[in-house]
Design a protein around this ligand. Structure first.
Ligand SMILES: CC(C)(COP(=O)(O)OP(=O)(O)OC[C@H]1O[C@@H](n2cnc3c(N)ncnc32)[C@H](O)[C@@H]1OP(=O)(O)O)[C@@H](O)C(=O)NCCC(=O)NCCS
Length: 174
């Protein structure tokens, strides 16, 4: 029987090939320490450390896709107003990354889905994130929409994206 997540991502991670490959991954909520190494290896850190302010937020949730107990895909989410100051049940998704040898199989989409599920179960209506030019297409495939003008960063423009996810139709928690 299909699980009722309260929302569905439009990605095609349910095709038989991907579903079969994804069964090799264990997707779960983990401690922040379990995402920092991969985050440090795969994402840029202008401040020099893979930790960000949101990691300490009480609402912060970290998800890892693990293969043989080693995190190969990660993402984090926490309650945070949008850049335009909308404080109403908005959460920020960040630090989404998948190790090179595990890309293209739906791992990233599954990590995003679990993050959104967690936020939805905790009352989020809107989730936002930023992404560079090379990655915003991934978030669009995950149901996000671009908004506003890109913001200039040292590493190139960052695009703002948001997804409306609530309200959840039934309670579900991981
Ligand atoms: C972006 C990233 C997380 C994608 O992970 P992934 O596991 O390869 O993605 P998935 O296999 O789940 O892809 C889901 C869908 O998005 C698409 N997609 C994946 N990466 C994409 C990209 N960079 N641009 C456009 N579409 C992309 C896939 O083709 C797939 O679409 P489909 O359903 O039509 O097949 C991964 O490439 C990565 O770690 N990149 C470096 C870090 C980064 O840029 N993170 C995002 C900013 S924080």
């Amino acid at each position: 029987m299909d699980r009722d997540w309260g929302f569905r991502l439009p990605v095609s991670c349910l095709c038989l090939t991907k579903a079969s490959l994804l069964s090799n991954y264990d997707i779960r909520i983990v401690a922040v320490a379990d995402v920092l190494e991969l985050r440090g290896a795969l994402l840029a850190h202008p401040a020099g450390s893979p930790s960000i302010t949101g990691d300490d937020h009480p609402s912060s949730c970290h998800v890892a896709a693990r293969r043989n107990e080693i995190p190969v895909g990660i993402g984090s989410i926490y309650s945070e107003p949008t850049p335009d100051g909308n404080p109403t049940a908005t959460w920020k998704l960040h630090g989404v990354a998948v190790d090179h040898g595990h890309r293209g199989m739906g791992v990233g989409a599954l990590v995003v889905e679990r993050c959104l599920e967690h936020a939805a179960a905790h009352g989020a209506n809107v989730v936002w994130c930023t992404a560079p030019a090379g990655a915003f297409g991934f978030f669009e495939r995950c149901g996000f929409r671009r908004t506003g003008d890109p913001v200039d960063h040292r590493g190139g423009p960052q695009y703002k994206l948001f997804a409306e996810i609530g309200p959840l139709r039934r309670s579900w928690s991981i």
